[in-house]
Write a protein that binds this ligand. Sequence first.
Ligand code: UDP
Ligand code: MN
Length: 271
Amino acid sequence: RTVTVRRNNVTLNDIFISIKTSKVFHQSRVVHIVKTWFNLVKDQTYIFTDGDDDQLNHTTHGHMINTRCGEGRTRPNLGCKMGSEFDAFLASGRKWWCRFDDDNYVNPARLLQLVNRFNWWSDVYIGRLSVPFFAARYHGKWRRYKFAHGGAGCCISRSLGKRMEPWGGRKSLPRLQNITSINDDAALGFIITAILKVNISLSDQLHSHYERLADLNPSTFSEQVSFSYSKQNTINTDHKKFKSKSFSRQQDPTRFYSLHCLLYPAADICQ
Ligand code: UDP
Ligand code: MN
């Protein structure tokens, strides 16, 4: 008797990548993404924002989407934005949705390997666990749920995305958030783990600025899927690996350029 092992073999073209941002961050954050990793996945990556910006829309070849969800960091605005990313994923027909914040660096090659450990036709939710135990009141009952921290990025398979449709869109996600009083990334986790009863698949290759990024060992950078930064918290690039092309702190406060040139030395910005 032979056992047939079905293989995924998805390519980067099968992944819909979304980045959540706000007009106030186009100059300070999105610019670093557009100059680095965005160039490796231009065709499948879209930037979801809340205002018009002709220049950004031009440099991204029309991949900037003004969600018109409203400016300002309110729960309904952010939920509408996340819901717009979700709607665009379903409409794209792609097999995976991987979404990130505008302070994430993503290594596309590793992202592809990460999703290829799973099947897109199964219900899959990959992420870094946010503080482990949460509960929210929903239809009169307290429900426990888990969620992938939005600041590290997460991926959702097409099969799971389809099942999330009644709650995940730009109208329905803010409604669910209103009922449960939870944030957008937590709301995705609530739909998946509390309503649909699908488990989260944990990855330690996804990183947000809620961990001490300087503790990440530079010799493992090439294995990581996502990175992040905040003012006082960046990856450590004071390492001999970075000697070939170095950017000063002033030139590269996020360390994204140094990282990009370590991982992809042939990129334009590294010459
Ligand atoms: N964000 C947004 N609108 C806002 C504020 C923040 O869309 O008014 C987005 C921001 O672009 C980022 C994410 O929400 O992608 C998280 O924001 P930030 O990194 O500032 O805060 P954190 O939650 O990581 O501390
Ligand atoms: Mn952040």
